[in-house]
Design a protein around this ligand. Structure first.
Ligand code: ZN
Length: 312
């Protein structure tokens, strides 16, 4: 197997993690979580969504959160948007990067945005030109790339038709998202391998949900194909409110722990990542799917050998 020396983890907890929580956190709490994530060493952070407040009420205060952050030059703060209005809001708030999202599955896209996949991408044209006029970077995410709860498996050809359109519009960073945790390592390896060979100019990112406990296995498969950018959420919280049965994101601290044990650098301090996950759990008020919170680091088990007392 091929392993990278370094991976970059985008902490998507403030967006994908909190969007599905029953408890709506205050602006202060969100700011605290994002600043703790920065302190732990995450260099890319998805701070929220700039979508209609009624669509995701828990993230309606994203601009306020961003305004209150102590910004660091080496951190990429990005927000999810779905239309031109979202990009305009990003410009007004000073957010430097937006992520446009579209679903590879027609049915999921209809349920999410009330329009077809290609109609959604057509709308991106205005978003991208407005963003570039205002020096905002754009990336794109393709949801349900590894399966859709309405349509089942999604072919490479279908994903490719979306990618080709995005490239035509000038997008050069694309995330493939396993929105409902339907991916398996073989499918991930084959799709990532194909994408890297056919679209080497694209910066690829993978976004897994750990719905069926295959998140880390899928990361390994993607790494083996040459992927080095991954999304994950603190404490393993999250899920798409528009996908039936969707559950938590791949857990950030579990990913950091696995990489650390494998000698793959992430730039993240595992102890701070675990403390952050604990703080998240406290704020949302329920247990989460984090193995680190359940079992601790494997190195915690290694204790010094007891010294044998020999009494002569
Ligand atoms: Zn997600």
């Amino acid at each position: 197997m091929k392993f990278p020396e370094f991976i970059n983890i985008c902490e998507v907890g403030p967006r994908d993690g909190l969007q599905n929580e029953a408890t709506i956190l205050s602006v202060e709490d969100k700011v605290e979580l994002i600043e703790r994530a920065v302190d732990a060493g995450y260099k890319t952070i998805e701070i929220g969504s700039l979508v209609h407040p009624k669509a995701i009420p828990s993230l309606a205060d994203t601009e306020e959160v961003f305004k209150r952050l102590k910004l660091h030059e080496d951190i990429e703060y990005r927000a999810l948007v779905t239309n031109l209005r979202g990009v305009q809001r990003a410009v007004n708030a000073g957010v430097q990067k937006v992520k446009l999202t579209v679903s590879a599955s027609e049915s999921h896209n209809l349920s999410n945005f009330n329009r077809s996949t290609m109609e959604t991408i057509d709308q991106f044209k205005a978003c991208i030109s407005f963003a570039s006029e205002n020096n905002i970077e754009v990336s794109a995410a393709i949801s349900t790339a590894f399966g859709c709860p309405f349509e089942g498996s999604i072919s490479i050809e279908r994903i490719e038709s979306v990618i080709e359109k995005l490239i035509e519009l000038g997008v050069n960073e694309i995330s493939l998202s396993d929105t409902t945790g339907m991916a398996n390592p073989r499918d991930v390896y084959e799709k990532c391998n194909y994408m890297i060979i056919h679209y080497p100019e694209i910066k690829w990112n993978l976004h897994f949900h750990n719905t069926r406990d295959m998140g880390l296995a899928n990361v390994l498969a993607a790494m083996n194909a040459g992927i080095v950018n991954f999304d994950a959420a603190f404490s393993g919280i999250g899920g798409c409110p528009y996908a039936p049965g969707a559950t938590g994101n791949l857990c950030s601290e579990d990913l950091v722990h696995m990489c650390e044990n494998m000698g793959i650098k992430t730039g993240v301090d595992i102890d701070k990542a675990i403390q952050l996950a604990k703080r998240v759990r406290e704020m949302i008020g329920h247990s989460t799917e984090s193995y680190m919170l359940r079992a601790g680091k494997s190195s915690d088990l290694i204790k010094e050998k007891p010294v044998r007392q020999i009494n002569e």
